[in-house]
Design a protein around this ligand. Structure first.
Ligand SMILES: [Zn+2]
Length: 308
């Protein structure tokens, strides 16, 4: 089981009191090293501008990569550009690219990207909701454009709706986007009637729905839709902020729910995509819950044969 990460991803520091803090990544990498001594750790390379331009426009690249910043600079009330942000964003996006190449070249079956800043709110033109580049979208576009896949799925169990990912792909039938998320909650998108070109499946969940509501939505709605799409490769926006101890949301999920959904997703990938899964860290803002959930997720990803 391979993990891509880079110390530069801790250099993006949005400042004191911000939930999306460098210690999140430290917690995840420490927990994974303690629990899985056999993981194959690889340094994330930088994404190229050409790879980012598949889903973002020039102006956003220039803003994130070329702005001279000597201290935290607010792009909106949630999203900050700081001196280490450009390098962190390039490594976070590059992790997904490298993971796709490794999986498609048959080096590994599944890979997890332990990177930040997170990504699923960033649209093609706007960095928002703690996110600079939409790295899961950059990775999925790479799988389609570079490796010629025509059916890839981005599955998003972060407690927030991935408005950026949905907006990037909602007219691209090569990519199915499926999300469970709390509603009402930031960013106030992800209604069930948002269907794209038939490639978007949203399952909004009420606050306090707990494990039963979460698993029912996946079992009855999202997993059947995913299964019938027969994805050649599966991407996971792995956010753990639906956990009951998370301070930003109220979905009240248990740690074991993340092991459960991961196993279900791996089973779909095994049926249709030679087991190909690339998972990328999204949210999760209680450090102890983040540690537990990362271990549950990577543990489930590591079950069964992880080499092709
Ligand atoms: Zn989130």
């Amino acid at each position: 089981m391979r993990v891509y990460s880079h110390t530069a991803c801790t250099f993006h520091d949005p400042g004191p009191g911000h939930a999306e803090r460098p210690l999140r990544l430290v917690a995840v990498t420490e927990a994974l090293r303690e629990n899985f001594p056999g993981l194959d750790w690889q340094e994330a390379p930088r994404a190229s501008r050409g790879q980012l331009l598949r889903v973002h426009d020039d102006a956003l690249l220039a803003l994130v990569l070329d702005t001279a910043v000597d201290g935290p600079m607010a792009l909106d009330p949630d999203t900050v550009l700081a001196p280490g942000s450009a390098e962190a964003a390039l490594r976070a996006a590059g992790a997904g690219i490298a993971a796709v190449d490794a999986v498609m070249h048959g080096e590994v079956r599944r890979a997890f990207c332990a990177v930040r800043p997170p990504r699923h709110h960033a649209t093609s033109v706007v960095a928002m909701g703690f996110c600079l580049f939409n790295n899961i979208a950059v990775a999925a576009a790479h799988a389609c454009d570079k490796h010629g896949l025509s059916r890839v799925a981005v599955v998003d169990f972060d407690v927030h709706h991935g408005n950026g990912t949905q907006a990037i792909f909602d007219t691209d039938p090569r990519v199915m986007y499926l999300s469970s998320h709390q509603m009402p909650l930031y960013p106030d998108t992800g209604y069930a009637n948002e269907r794209g070109v038939g490639n978007i499946v949203n399952a909004p969940l009420p606050p306090a729905c707990g494990s039963d509501g979460f698993r029912r939505a996946w079992r009855e709605q999202l997993l059947p839709a995913l299964d019938s799409f027969r994805p050649q490769m599966l991407f996971i926006s792995a956010g753990f902020d639906g956990h009951k101890r998370d301070p930003l949301a109220q979905l009240e999920l248990e740690t074991d729910d993340y092991a459960w959904i991961t196993r279900e997703l791996v089973a779909v990938a095994n049926r249709h995509g030679n087991g190909r899964v690339v998972s990328m860290l999204e949210g999760g803002y209680d450090l102890s819950a983040l540690r537990e959930c990362s271990v549950a997720h990577v543990g489930a990803l590591s079950e069964g044969p992880t080499a092709p």
